[in-house]
Design a protein around this ligand. Sequence first.
Ligand SMILES: [Zn+2]
Length: 289
Amino acid sequence: MTLTLTFWGTRGSVPSPGASTAYFGGNTPCLELRTSTNALLILDAGTGIRHLGHSLLERARGKPIVGDILLSHAHWDQIQGLPFFAPLFQEGHEFTIRGAPEALGGIESALRGQMGQTVFPVSFDAYRAQVHFRALSEVERGDGYAIKTHALRHPGGATGYRVTNGNAGAPALVYISDNELGHADGYASAPGWRDALVSFVRDASLLVHDAMYTADEYERHRGWGHSRYVDVVDLALDAGVQRLVLFHHHPERSDTALSEMVAACQQRVREKGARLEVRAAVEGTTLTV
Ligand SMILES: [Zn+2]
């Protein structure tokens, strides 16, 4: 076991609390990733980061919290929890906000903008923790981890991550939150984009991927930057993934409907005579790689 992943937010687009979503969760994307050396990497800052903040403070018992916050992109659902991340409002903690080099300027202005006076009472400069912005390298190495990045198909761009403990051949976790696997115009991706994506995901121990739509829904939302679940299963099979976790759940998807979606994915795997473990991300649960 080299990486530990906890889901604090699993829902796409808009928080969706309520009785029908209570099992898989209604908070927007946020994952806590811990290396074997206990380094903290936070993947996206949707509303799930609010609960994570309280948990971090409880676990830290007054000691400084240091971590990186990797933002796949700056659409609302990926950043809207940050103004409610309690450790940022306390001195002594230190966070580095990371993004792809071409995206980091836009990310910083979106984070400051969502705390502008017209839309929010507290400004970004009210944070008491140290906050830095630093671009991710194509291969980023840190305390107990190595991260490779990959540009995704999403309006305005987004970044996927492949994380290992840094040793050659170590099991990999791939996190791809907002990505369109179906055909749509408007992306600058090169013609070989799918082959490149398959190599990026190749042999991952765990793939967490946007699976927002059914086939019918997708036809009404082509070009919106999200995937049909069947395409996600096919990507995982083509890349030889061991475990697939459906993520970025549709805000209108009930727990019952999401369980049916998982069953349909498992059926597709069986029909192809393949082996792949499929589940949907459940808020509050932890998986290891
Ligand atoms: Zn999103």
